[in-house]
Design a protein around this ligand. Structure first.
Ligand SMILES: Nc1ncnc2c1ncn2[C@@H]1O[C@H](COP(=O)(O)OP(=O)(O)OP(=O)(O)O)[C@@H](O)[C@H]1O
Length: 238
């Protein structure tokens, strides 16, 4: 289980995350939905342990900044950060060695095939298109088979085939008991895939929407999103 408890992050005068609480259980998909600047990337970076913040974050009971926690966490950043002098295949090998993976070759090849990178194996990072870079970044994030996977705006720049594959990946991760957290500002992009949506506004979680509860509520996620983001900020459960 991922547990984010009372997390507050300031960048000097900017309050980017204001007392964030969220939980993702095993085998569940959480979505961070919010307009630009709502604080989605910041909370993901806090969960990954890249930033200093106030509050507590635990993954399966482990402190998020511990080595044990990092071994089970995967992160696909909003902007791919590749090595210009490493090829596609070398990026994957680098990850495999960093995580001391064993028996990873078949999975590596399957990931590259799935995201149409098999014939790009020998291309260098700076020879890839933006979409190809994003696909490689996804493959690198998935190779260590993380139990918690954080995707920051993962569909931006992907072609329809890659988006379809990525959605299948979300389902497979969920079905294998992983925790998934996806940030997006596109309401429809996660379709029926999410279990819990955290609607963020101005650094706060303004509403927590559970899919089960949406059925009894005559409103769509879109209705709730616009009510929250265009109306007064109020924290509530739906
Ligand atoms: N490194 C930084 N230094 C200063 N302020 C920052 C920094 N990174 C983010 N911010 C500010 O923190 C706030 C939240 O930004 P964040 O990137 O978390 O939002 P977001 O919801 O991910 O937005 P987007 O959808 O545009 O990616 C914004 O006001 C942003 O300007």
């Amino acid at each position: 289980m991922l547990e984010v408890v009372h997390v507050t992050k300031r960048y000097r005068k900017v309050l980017a995350n204001d007392d964030i609480n969220l939980t993702i259980e095993d085998g569940r998909i959480g979505v961070l939905l919010g307009p630009n600047g709502a604080g989605k990337s910041t909370i993901i970076k806090c969960i990954m342990g890249f930033l200093k913040y106030q509050g507590q974050i635990q993954v399966n009971g482990l402190e998020n900044k511990s080595i044990e926690a990092k071994k089970i966490m995967g992160y696909i950043p909003e902007i791919p950060s590749l090595y210009p002098n490493l090829t596609v295949d070398e990026h994957m090998e680098f990850i495999a060695r960093a995580y001391k993976l064993k028996d990873y070759k078949a999975y590596k090849d399957a990931l590259l095939e799935r995201f149409d990178l098999t014939d790009k194996k020998k291309k260098f990072g700076d020879e890839l298109s933006k979409g190809m870079q994003q696909k490689l970044s996804i493959c690198c994030g998935l190779l260590p088979r993380p139990r918690l996977v954080l995707f920051d705006e993962p569909m931006i720049g992907l072609d329809p085939h890659a988006i379809k594959e990525l959605k299948k990946v979300f389902e497979e991760l969920r079905d294998s008991g992983c925790m998934v957290l996806v940030s997006t500002h596109m309401i429809d992009s996660m379709e029926e895939l999410w279990d819990t949506t955290y609607i963020m506004k101005q650094g706060r979680v303004a509403a927590v929407v559970e899919r089960e509860n949406l059925k009894d509520n005559n409103k769509s996620l879109e209705d709730i999103f616009f009510e929250i983001t265009e109306g007064a900020a109020l924290e509530r459960e739906v």
